[in-house]
Ligand binder design. Structure first.
Ligand SMILES: Cc1c2[nH]c(c1CCC(=O)O)Cc1[nH]c(c(CCC(=O)O)c1C)Cc1[nH]c(c(CCC(=O)O)c1C)Cc1[nH]c(c(C)c1CCC(=O)O)C2
Length: 362
């Protein structure tokens, strides 16, 4: 798949350089869920519109992606979309219910239900709206910062498809792992195939980096992770990279396995350039355990944004000292919450830029 678009020249390559472990003047920073309800302009734009209708409008996705960049000097943009567009593309109904979150009226219950899924998904037809959003946004960004595309990882998507929504225990989805391991692998494989095509389509459309969200790694133990998550995460990176290599493209990939600290060593040897970290991991120990093999991204506790600005600045300084300024992308350990103060997000970004420039001069 060749990129047929001509896009404006990139002006700020700090994020891409950091992904590859190269030197940068400052540590690049972006926030998961930077396009979100903590921004009044986001709430105003989204008011009265259905969430997934918004996802299907390239113009709306473009506008929402750009909103945080008008306020803050983030070093990367992430396309506004959702991980649950993949189950939709496979034929499942998913709705965003206010106050409840994503909801599947008819989740998968038994292995026979796999027959109800589209066996061969035409990714261009079903998810072409995401590709259009990426191309439009890449043009509108005008080379200001790189654009990140993303996907949910197979296990996380499987968990949603079986639970039918959010869950604290994920017991329905985990029941499949213990009771129906073969059907679980079949579903994970189906998801992997769609994800690979989807990520390649995003790159062809203009995505300059890719993040894979394994948001539900935390409910697996090390043994289940080894069997039901890691092999598919590896497969995705290897297949995407093999295909991109054929067309001479080099797009860094980030894996973020939330609460998957037990898998850190393995994740650092899974063909991803960057491993994203949640806040339960100490920066220095993350560096030791990944042995300089990958760049790291993260990992301030999002709730630290409730602290006064001076305290945020101190926390950021410590985090930078722990990770070092090379091969590092500052971020939160998970997404921003709707009740966060945009001013404190600005303080976080500024603290990363200022402290990292100082540390680089030392
Ligand atoms: C698990 C997951 C989902 N979606 C996503 C994940 C993986 C990341 C994670 O672990 O949080 C990924 C996602 N969802 C969204 C983005 C956009 C880009 C960005 O980070 O700014 C990204 C990267 C927009 C969104 N996706 C969603 C919102 C908020 C809803 C809205 O705008 O009305 C946004 C900005 C909705 C969503 N979508 C999902 C949930 C749990 C929710 C929250 C529901 C709620 O809070 O009521 C599923």
């Amino acid at each position: 798949m060749f990129c047929l678009h001509y896009f404006p020249k990139l002006k700020n390559d700090a994020f891409l350089r950091a992904c590859h472990g190269q030197e940068t003047n400052h540590v690049p920073v972006w926030c998961m869920r930077q396009a979100g309800r903590y921004l009044p302009e986001f709430r105003e734009f989204r008011a009265g519109k259905d969430f997934f209708e918004t996802c299907r409008s390239p113009a709306a996705c473009c506008e929402l992606t750009l909103q945080p960049l008008r306020r803050f000097p983030f070093d990367a943009a992430i396309i506004f979309s959702d991980i649950l567009v993949i189950p939709q593309a496979m034929g499942m109904d998913v709705q965003m219910v206010a106050g409840k979150g994503p909801t599947f009226p008819e989740p998968l219950k038994e292995p026979e239900d796999l027959l109800l899924l589209q066996p061969k998904v035409d990714v261009n037809k079903e998810l072409g709206y995401v590709f259009k959003a990426i191309t439009l946004t890449r043009h509108k960004l005008d080379g200001k910062v790189p654009l990140i595309g993303f996907t949910g990882a197979p296990w996380t998507l499987m968990a949603y498809m079986i639970e039918g929504g959010g869950s604290t225990t994920h017991s329905k989805a985990k029941r499949w792992l213990y009771r129906h391991p073969e059907a679980s692998h079949k579903l994970l494989k189906m998801l992997t195939d769609v994800i690979v095509e989807y990520l390649l389509g995003q790159v062809a459309a203009g995505a300059q980096a890719l993040q894979v969200f394994e948001s539900h790694a935390g409910c697996l133990g090390p043994v289940e992770f080894q069997e039901f998550s890691l092999p598919y995460l590896r497969d995705i990176a290897r297949k995407v990279k093999d295909q991109l290599k054929e067309s001479g493209q080099d797009v860094p990939m980030i894996v973020f396995a939330k609460d998957g600290h037990y898998g850190l060593e393995d994740l650092s040897q899974s063909h991803y350039e960057v491993v994203g970290l949640d806040w339960t991991i100490d920066p220095r120990s993350a560096r030791e355990r990944t042995g300089g093999k990958v760049s790291l991204q993260g990992n301030m506790d999002p709730c630290a944004l409730y602290a006064p600005k001076e305290r945020i600045s101190e926390i950021v300084k410590k985090m930078l000292e722990g990770f070092g300024t090379r091969g590092y992308i500052a971020n939160l350990g998970h997404g921003l919450y709707p009740d966060m103060d945009p001013e404190n997000v600005g303080a976080f970004v500024e603290a990363v830029h200022t402290h990292s420039r100082h540390l680089n001069l030392k």
